[in-house]
Design a protein. Sequence first.
Lengths: 513, 316
Amino acid sequence: MTNNLLPTGHEPIDKLDMIGIVKRFPGVLAADKIDFDVKSGEIHALLGENGAGKSTLMKMLYGLYHPDEGRILINGAETTISNPQDAIGHGIGMIHQHFMLVPSLTVAENIALGMKSSRGLRLDLDVVSRRVLELSEIYNLKVNPDLPIWQLAVGEQQRVEILRALYKGAALLILDEPTAVLTPQEVDGLFRILNQLADDGHALVFISHKLHEVLEISHRVTVLRDGRRVNSIPTSEATRPKLAEMMVGRPVLLEYEKNAADTRDDRLALDGVSALSNRGTVGLDKVSLRLRGGEIVGVAGVSGNGQQELAQCITGLREATAGKVVVDGVDVTNAPPARLNAMGLSYIPEERMIDGVIKEFSVAENYVLQDHGHPKFTTAKIFMLFRVIREACRQAIKTYEIKTPGTETLVKSLSGGNIQKLVLARELSRAPGVLIAAQPTRGVDIGATEYIHQRLLDERDNGTAILLISEDLDEIRALSDRILVMYEGQIVGEVENVDVDIERLGLLMTGGG
Amino acid sequence: MELDAIFTASVFASAIRLATPYIFAALGETFAQRSGVLNLGVDGMMLMGAFTGFYAVFITQQEGTLSEPLSLLFGVLIALIVGGLMGLAMAFVSVTLQAKQGISGIGVYLFGLGLSELLFQQWVGTPKSVSGFPRITFPILSDIPVLGEIFFHHNLLVYVAFALVPISAFVLNRTTFGLMIRAVGQNPEAADAMGVSVARVRYATTTIGGMLAGLAGASLSIALINLFQQNLTAGQGFIAVALVYFGGWRPWAVAAGAMLFSFVNALQLQIKVIGLDIPSEFAVMAPYVITIIALVFASKRQEQPTALTKPYERGE
């Protein structure tokens, strides 16, 4: 086999098999007799909803978890992987969803971490740097080994992760949701790298819940649902609806029927609004926009370009340092949230677990978080009428198809999708005139996403003005009537949502418009 | 003004001497904090190191079992071991049992305070002195006017403390162990994924911190003051913790902070000696006030261990 070494000089993994893998966590069967295999030169996609067991399965391959049952064979030989070092020793590398990099350390230091130095106790960063440059030459992965991680863009950080795995001799690379944080251009770059790696004889596992990416990049797809393997098929035989059905267990609507927008009066207007970011830098830079009843305006952009500041300025949670926010003709710049609520402004916050719910409270308590003082829920504005509250909550649970054992269940024990439905139910129960929805389906499974999207479209048809802030371009394109693009705190482009050129959107998002 | 009378060579020399326990303790704390463990028990560890080191010297000198130099080295060894054991206990509580570090540190402090006092009363009774580390003089160097008095008339532990500053900086910045410490303190998940044992690194740094705290205590009881009494350190361990923040977790800056603090302290003593008309209470407060002011203005740094006080547990 010496004649077909990888370009790094390491032995390839011709075939890796996981057979009958079982993993139990307290109260959950996270992996239920899963079979999985991947070959040299292949990109094998592992597809499934959140909690389907994808990451758990791969963490067992990387030695972070240990299977309760089942076997792992590398090139036909049974292998035990007890920790990440073992995995690295066997030529297995993993690119985690949250990068495993230390921000204050340089690229070279991050790569040297945990490795033997050629100088014993002393670091050999110059040796590491030279090898990094060599590898970046071979794989066309440009990085400067002497820069600290915090100075790198997200896409570059990912390249460092990949380089590090290659440096350590990875023949098999596991990529856990690698596109989640990337711009469209960066995704293209990543896919080029992955294809090259496969061509060179690496084996790749691509974990994702995004159907179009799986269809684009992989050779084979394995779908997991509730800890079980649903099926493995060649990607050439897969279609979006087919994969979605395998993931969810029932047919799923992927395209929405949208009525023509019936736009009405201006409901929300921003005029030159500026604000500081948490770090004290310019977060929002003279943003102006109009939002009319009966339309959904999408705000696209890479995370951290002012979207959060925008939502918070409108909802009264961040001080606007300049400009005006007008709701229904009334100047409400820096008005307290309670007043905005009373004016019919609803907000689905980005961080639902932090800003959306109190997770130690019950479903019913969270349902009346804002309206606890409403006359229909209290006597004399003091004594809460829990019977009425519970009844209203039960109605909402039914209407919004929230899966919960009851109104008294603590919110922290619900799934992400159901928590988001609860937030949606609460915000829509007040029949808002203006709805600010920030990342409404992030981390939410396909079934709940479909439901939430449908409700947002219904609200629009009922005349609500909706500002949809999302990093998910598919979501923006599926729902919006108009699309605004944010970059470095400014709105750098506006396009009508008909035949949008996704390349152009991507360019605008990275400041290249 | 009597500036000449205030800024004498002996003030500078005593500033260097007074800095010794702070440098030991603060460097040790730097290691612990860089790896993510906030050890608030430093003062208790210093007290235990101070008492046990003192007692080892006291007994061996009194009974004549060891020669004077050997008895002093024996005292240092005991202080290192006792400090190290207390560091190990702190590591067990905060790393293995994942207790809240602020509270467990205060627990360790009170334990050290109480036990050192109890043992002192049981075994020694009234304050007694020992002959501690003698001043070393160097040929030629010690005879240089002014500079000789400031730099070359100190005992061994003073030089050891200052030598530890570049050594600590080297270990943190230039060795694989230092890299692991910095990684574990900033992003333990990443370190774990790269095969670095977070627990082992934190045990090591907290134990090193404990040993240096023990040594800091001994430097008081067998090198600077040469006796032990109840609460000998009078909160110096807490100042050492503050100095680590003050120095932004970098050994050189931490040592510079210790020097600044000690200098103000020495000045305060001198002002008292020459009887200037400043209420002595103000002078005693000055070092602490200056430390607090400096801490308020110390900016947030890249070196700040973001995982400080956070126990690490692998999992989802």
